[in-house]
Design a protein around this ligand. Structure first.
Ligand SMILES: Cc1cc2nc3c(=O)[nH]c(=O)nc-3n(C[C@H](O)[C@H](O)[C@H](O)COP(=O)(O)OP(=O)(O)OC[C@H]3O[C@@H](n4cnc5c(N)ncnc54)[C@H](O)[C@@H]3O)c2cc1C
Length: 393
């Protein structure tokens, strides 16, 4: 196992650090330290375009589509330095980490040439239209339907929890295209432009005070026939491959962000005296150990050789980091004590650590709940019998 990076990788790190420092203490200094997913959207759109111009936007993609052909280790290094520099959350996270890799895996040459460069240039932002009121973990239960009308697909239905839809230009939609089909059969994966009369996006206010996610309604929305990814009826396979990207290796680099958060908790505990409480000290030590274990786990996966091995090991990773961060949120609120429960402003005005507590409740839900992750580990990694499913026989 290799517990570090090569000199070439460290040179790559130095290049990334220099660029991030120059931008975030220069033209984009106002974005440094922003953690809210919805703050300063216009400036963050400009930041996405700047990343694209300098080809730091989608470094893992092939050069032909605006990437750098970066290795997995280089992608992790860049993400680490991105977090260390206090750069803002990526407004186009879903385009870069989810839509792009899925288009690379399933798109035709025409689709790749047309759809990928605008994402890499930071010009087109994407969101994910999977969940519905009765289809979250049970994604195969989607009711949104679509049918062919001449050269178009027409879409009717509702999605929910659509993160960042209010800023997005495109949405990928899992829709039922074979009437009467059930479960994972008869679904298709459609790419749909949002700015049209048939799509309505309505933000949902969250407990953090932010409104990151939305209800998204399709009322006769249209997309060209060419905007289907994979074949009609192959939507389930495409959707599952995308979830592999969402839960897997793209999350290996989160630790630097987690490091920043744990450091903020430790600072608060030292400042307000909570660090004198032996139980709080133990929990901080446990959080530190958990973070180091995740770091070593990530390095082990990175040095593990083939992409396939990384994918298999990464199955365990979603549940690990989500549970760790949820505990960190609980620790943060206990460190703050009563101060964590008092808003600083008239409306929602929670400080950074209170917001961390509230947001971290969602980590064990989105991208697949902890219970679903356990099913996945049981079935795909350990080869245990599949959970019985009444609807698909
Ligand atoms: C912050 C946030 C952002 C999100 N962003 C998006 C987005 O951009 N696009 C999008 O499409 N969706 C998004 N989601 C939705 C997310 O993917 C769903 O919330 C998630 O899939 C769980 O579905 P659900 O909420 O319907 O819960 P349910 O599926 O109703 O689950 C309720 C409970 O039952 C358990 N459960 C369900 N089935 C099983 C089973 N078979 N075995 C064991 N336990 C089970 C679950 O684990 C959970 O504890 C987001 C969610 C959050 C919280």
């Amino acid at each position: 196992m290799k517990l570090g990076f090569t000199p070439e990788e460290e040179a790559f790190r130095a290049e990334a650090v220099a660029w991030l420092q120059a931008e975030l203490s220069g033209p984009f200094a106002d974005l440094r330290g922003i953690t809210s997913l919805t703050a300063a959207p216009d400036r963050r759109r400009a930041w996405e375009r700047r990343l694209g111009e300098a080809r730091w936007g989608c470094i893992g993609w092939p050069e032909a589509y605006g990437g750098r052909d970066a290795t997995l280790a280089e992608q992790v290094i860049f993400a680490e330095e991105y977090a260390r520099a206090g750069a803002p959350p990526r407004l186009n996270h879903i385009g870069v980490e989810l839509a792009g890799p899925t288009i690379l895996a399933f798109g035709s040459d025409e689709q790749k040439a047309r759809l990928l460069p605008p994402i890499a240039r930071g010009e087109q932002l994407w969101c994910q239209g999977y969940s519905e009121p009765n289809a979250g973990s049970d994604l195969a239960n989607v009711r949104t339907r679509a049918w062919r009308d001449g050269g178009d697909w027409v879409i009717e239905g509702q999605k929910v929890w659509t993160s960042l839809a209010q800023f997005s230009d495109w949405i990928f939609v899992v829709a039922r295209t074979e009437p009467g089909s059930k479960g994972p059969k008869g679904l298709s994966f459609l790419l749909v432009p949002i700015d049209q009369p048939g799509v309505t996006v309505r933000p949902i206010r969250q407990i953090t005070g932010d409104a990151e996610f939305n209800e998204t309604f399709f009322d006769g929305a249209r997309t060209a026939a060419a905007n289907i990814l994979g074949e009609p009826g192959q939507g389930w396979q495409v959707a599952m491959a995308l979830l592999g990207f969402e839960r897997g290796v793209s999350t290996l680099a989160q630790q630097m962000g987690f490091r920043n958060e744990l450091d903020a908790v430790i600072r608060a505990a030292k400042t307000n005296g909570a660090a004198r409480d032996p139980l709080i000290r133990q929990r901080i030590a446990k959080a530190e150990i958990g973070l180091r274990l995740m770091r070593y786990g990530a390095l082990r996966m990175l040095s593990g050789g083939t992409g396939g091995a990384v994918e298999a090991a990464a199955l365990t990773y979603k549940i690990q980091w989500a549970s760790w961060r949820r505990s960190l949120g609980e620790l943060a609120i206990d460190v703050l004590g009563i101060a964590g429960e008092i808003g600083e402003g008239a409306d929602y005005g929670f400080g950074e650590l209170s917001t961390l507590f509230l947001y971290s409740r969602a980590d064990t839900i989105y991208g697949g709940t902890n219970q679903i992750q356990r099913n996945i580990i049981a079935e795909r990694a350990l080869g245990l019998p599949r959970e019985p499913r009444g609807d698909i026989g």
